[in-house]
Every structure is written in structure tokens, then in C-alpha cells.
Design a protein around this ligand. Structure first.
Ligand code: GLA
Length: 384
């Protein structure tokens, strides 16, 4: 497959009829553990993957962003005035860029027109953060081209605000890892202090992402509803966020909340602990311990947080059957479809692939897509 950076440059030349001046790139992510903990001020452990979004660009001397998206409907365009007011247009993909410009300008920065060619290879709806990668690629492009010096973590925060303007009250994980990922490392993010710690992924382990090809869709009720349930639980517990609660505190108040609220909170409280334990497992190179934690995370998402679907649960069990009980596997991302992540010894990859090929279609009527990756660097910008 052609590298998206090359593809973007070729698309720029063919659409705008001249050479681009700048190249910006940011990857998608896979979350190894720590799901729905970010907006509860908790901990997450994602890494950046080999797929991402690339933009090539040139200053166009106007006040307008002129956009060419290579991948949408065989090539789609949009343009908008740079303004601190967010005006949604009719094109969903472009609304992320419209919102980013408005948010950057609201911070007092001056932004002018760019011609931009956009392309990416993150499978859409796979729960691998294509929208965060779009936001970070674009935010960093604008920051670098106009000398705004916006730190990458602040670009991530602007990306998060951009999601809210587009209907998803997400946490800070996806944009932060896309911006700040490091090759061969997972990133421990403390989503309250925004402190980052790079955690080495042992080089003798592969990361497998299995896309169920059941599209996940976060701009919708379920995600925001989970967030409200968590906030409600925190309120009942009298804490700022579920990050501050323990299982003892939750059990003491069990009688004051309904069963759903209790289980949502139990997921988040136990998941935060699992993330910190998983960091130790990586440091110790202890794959068995990681496996126990990842599967416990999966069960908690399935039973307490109720964000898995039968196809995803089926995939997890197929992989467990192929590798054995100590498979490090779980659903990854926001849920309701998307992908499963497994951390495996390279010698086991083939048997996992064969098992998925043989079993998944029987339970889902679909083929799964298997992506082999390791941890990659985050956002990068180049003057061409
Ligand atoms: C989505 C959101 C993230 C995070 C995950 C669940 O990817 O964008 O902020 O909440 O879901 O862990």
C-alpha cells in the first residue's frame, strides 16, 4: 500500500496543480487497557499504530481553508473562512477542521488560508481513532505553518473540544496518544494531571488488532450516556470523579444507587487499578499477568459497562481458544463494535489468524480484518 504521506502529496499536486510546502502526519491508536476511564480523570495505556492521517498543504494567500479529501467518495472538497466562530457545514469530515480552526482562533491565534490534501489509512468505524488523528494532524499543521507554537498536548485538548462541538463528549486519550506517542512504547496517561509516562512494550511481543468489521459509532447516545452514568455515580459517592473512589467506598453506598449505576462505577474503579497493574506487567515482561488483566478488563466491559457486542465477545473467545486461557486479549476503544486487541508472542500470530479465519464468519456472517502492528511515533511535521 502506498504510504499516506506520498499519497497525500500526489493528491495535492493533481488537485491544486502545484507542489505542497508542508506535510503533517498523526497516527491512530489502539488502547491496550483502560477503557472509559479517561473522562473519569483516571488512567489509560494506549499506543500509536502504523495507520494515520496525512495532510500536505500550502499557504494560499486568502482567508479560506480549501480542502481536498482524497478518500471521501473518490475525492471530496470543501472550503470555509477562517473564523473564531464554528459554523458547521454539510460535510461531516470537514466539520472537524472547521471546529479546530474556530477553537485555535478563540485562543487568540491568527490563522490564514491553506490549500490542503487529506488522506488516511485508519479503517473507519474500527475504534482506532480516525477522528482524533484528523484533529491532531490538522492542529499541528496549523500551529507549525503559522508559528503558533501550540504544544502537542494542548493540540490534543483542542481536539477533544473539537469532538464535543461535533457531538461526542469524549475524554483526552485518543488525541493525546496521537500527538505524543513514541515508537515501541505505550503511553500511560494520567487523565487528571495529564502527566505522561512512556512504558516500553517488550520487543518480543506483537500487537494484533482484529477489526470485527461491525462499525462502531460514538457520535450517538450510548457513549455520552455512559459518561453521564459515571458522573452520577461520582456525585452519589461524593467525589469529584470516579478516579477518587475505591471499591470500599462504592460498596458502602451500594444501597443508594441502582444496579446499573453501581456496575458502571465498578467497571471504572477496577479498570483504573488494572491499568496501573498492566504497567507493572509490561515492566516485568510478565505476559501472563497482562493476560489476566486484559481479560478481566474485557469481562468488565462486557458485564458491567455493557459496551461490547456478541461479535466482539466471540472474537475474544476465538483468540482465547487459539492461544489458551492466558491470552492477553480484550475489546479496545469506545465500544459497540470496532476492534479487539491482543498482545501476543510472534510465534502465536499464525495460529490466531487461522482460528479467526476458521471461526469468526460462522458467528458473525462477516470476515474480520487482522492488523499486525507495534507501537509507533505520534504526530510529525515536515517542511517539504
Ligand atoms: C473513545 C473516546 C476516548 C475514550 C474511549 C473509551 O475512544 O474518544 O476518549 O473514552 O472511547 O476508553
Amino acid at each position: 500500500m502506498t504510504d499516506v504521506r506520498v499519497k497525500s502529496k500526489e493528491g495535492f499536486v493533481s488537485h491544486f496543480g502545484c507542489e505542497p510546502e508542508f506535510l503533517s502526519y498523526a497516527p491512530g491508536r489502539v488502547n491496550l487497557i483502560g477503557e472509559h476511564t479517561d473522562y473519569n480523570d483516571g488512567f489509560v495505556l494506549p499506543c500509536a499504530i502504523k495507520f494515520g492521517t496525512a495532510m500536505t498543504a500550502k499557504v494560499n494567500g486568502t482567508n479560506k481553508m480549501r480542502l481536498f479529501a482524497l478518500d471521501i467518495d473518490g475525492g471530496d472538497t470543501d472550503e470555509f473562512e477562517c473564523s473564531a466562530t464554528f459554523d458547521a457545514g454539510s460535510k461531516t469530515w470537514a466539520n472537524y477542521l472547521r471546529a479546530m480552526v474556530a477553537l485555535i482562533m478563540q485562543k487568540g491565534h491568527k490563522v490564514e488560508g491553506l490549500d490542503i490534501a487529506i488522506t488516511g489509512d485508519i479503517p473507519l468505524g474500527a475504534g482506532l481513532s480516525s477522528s482524533a488523528s484528523l484533529e491532531v494532524t490538522f492542529g499541528n499543521l496549523v500551529s507549525q505553518v503559522f508559528g503558533l507554537n501550540i504544544p502537542l498536548q494542548e493540540i490534543a485538548l483542542i481536539g477533544q473540544a473539537c469532538e464535543a462541538l461535533n457531538g461526542c463528549k469524549c475524554g483526552i486519550m485518543d488525541q493525546t496518544i496521537s500527538a505524543c506517542g513514541k515508537a515501541n512504547c505505550a503511553l500511560l496517561i494520567d487523565c487528571r494531571s495529564l502527566k505522561l509516562e512512556q512504558v516500553k512494550v517488550p520487543s518480543d511481543l506483537d500487537i494484533l488488532i482484529v477489526n470485527s468489521n461491525c462499525k462502531h459509532e460514538l457520535v450517538g447516545g450510548e457513549y455520552n450516556e455512559r459518561r453521564e452514568q459515571c458522573e452520577n455515580a461520582a456525585k452519589i459517592l461524593g467525589v469529584k470523579a470516579l478516579r477518587d473512589a475505591t471499591m470500599e467506598m462504592l460498596d458502602a453506598k451500594k444501597g443508594e444507587m441502582d444496579d446499573v449505576t453501581y456496575r458502571r462505577a465498578r467497571h471504572v474503579i477496577t479498570e483504573d487499578d488494572r491499568v496501573l497493574e498492566a504497567v507493572k506487567a509490561f515492566e516485568q515482561g510478565n505476559l501472563d499477568k497482562l493476560a489476566t488483566l486484559m481479560y478481566a478488563s474485557h469481562c468488565s466491559m462486557r458485564d458491567d459497562f455493557e459496551i461490547t457486542i456478541p461479535e466482539i465477545d466471540g472474537l475474544v473467545e476465538i483468540i482465547r481458544k487459539a492461544i489458551g486461557e492466558n491470552a492477553a486479549v480484550r475489546m479496545t476503544g469506545g465500544g459497540f463494535g470496532g476492534s479487539v486487541v491482543a498482545v501476543v508472542e510472534p510465534s502465536k500470530v499464525e495460529q490466531v489468524k487461522q482460528a479467526i479465519d476458521a471461526e469468526y464468519e460462522k458467528i458473525s456472517g462477516k470476515k474480520a480484518t487482522i492488523i499486525e502492528t507495534h507501537a509507533f511515533d505520534g504526530a510529525a511535521f515536515t517542511k517539504l
